[in-house]
Design a protein around this ligand. Structure first.
Ligand code: 13P
Length: 256
């Protein structure tokens, strides 16, 4: 019942793939497969692709997101991009705290929290990624890990802002491995995330927040994952780079 009221969101996370000219070609393939979508469709692309991506999707239902942002408005932060820079371009969404940033680039819950608050303050919609490592799951501390990430990553984020935030549950062991969480595993953790959000905020706020699953979601497994009550969408890596596969996932989300 509540699922029907929430916005389903299918977002591609292109990671470090596609040059600007390649981005244009891929988006031109995505636009027709997304045009009848009954869900929000987003492509989160590398910074250097943002300009061409925004031009290419103009007048369509495909939205563009960035893959990160810094928390400061400006200053001596070589190599970083501010929320104001993204906002002025017309970017609407930004992925924050992806496990690859946590694993390879020293991202912590503290910096995820700062980036999330900065994105919200600038009027960007953050897609905040949480998820456990394989050994954390094996040690049976998945819920502890997720609860901690939700508390820290959304520290000092108001209920009103939390409703503008998408949470992406991405078990780290399922990313790029071809090893998808079963629909039951995905539902179990997404339901747990919603329960934590209800504890932190209230039931109404928790019910309004879109929770995505990410990790080897593809055209073959999307329908089952997306049929679950607490799985409101997907954050898709590899399969978002192939328009036909991404389109099939959009269709699965549209059918609910
Ligand atoms: P894959 O779909 O390639 O497993 O990547 C998932 C992901 O990390 C999306 O952010």
């Amino acid at each position: 019942m509540n699922k029907a009221k929430r916005q389903a969101v299918i977002a591609g996370n292109w990671k470090m793939n596609k040059t600007p000219s390649e981005a244009k070609i891929l988006l031109e393939e995505i636009i027709p497969v997304a045009k009848d979508a009954g869900c929000e469709v987003i492509a989160c692309v590398p910074y250097v692709d943002l300009s061409v991506a925004l031009d290419t999707v103009k007048g369509t239902n495909v939205k563009i997101g960035a893959e990160n942002c810094h928390w400061a408005e400006s200053g001596a932060f070589t190599g970083e991009i501010s929320t104001g820079m993204l906002k002025e371009m017309g970017v609407e969404y930004v992925v924050i705290g992806h496990s690859e940033r946590r694993q390879y680039f020293g991202e912590t819950d503290e910096t995820v929290n700062k980036r999330t608050k900065a994105a919200l303050a600038a009027g960007l919609k953050p897609i905040v990624c949480v998820g456990e490592l394989l050994w954390e799951r094996e040690c049976d501390i998945t819920e502890e890990v997720i609860a901690r990430q939700i508390k820290l990553d959304l520290y000092d984020v108001s209920a009103e802002d939390a409703k503008k935030t998408i949470i992406a549950y991405e078990p780290v062991w399922a990313i790029g491995t071809g090893k998808t969480a079963t629909a039951e595993q995905a539902e179990e953790v997404c339901a747990f995330i919603r329960a934590e959000l209800a504890k932190k905020y209230d039931e109404e706020t928790a019910q309004a927040i879109t929770i995505q699953y990410g990790g080897s979601m593809n055209d073959a497994n999307a329908a089952e994952l997306l049929s679950k009550e607490n799985v409101d969408g997907g954050l898709i890596g590899g399969a978002s780079l192939v328009a036909a596969k991404f389109g099939a996932i959009i269709d699965a989300a549209t059918k609910g």
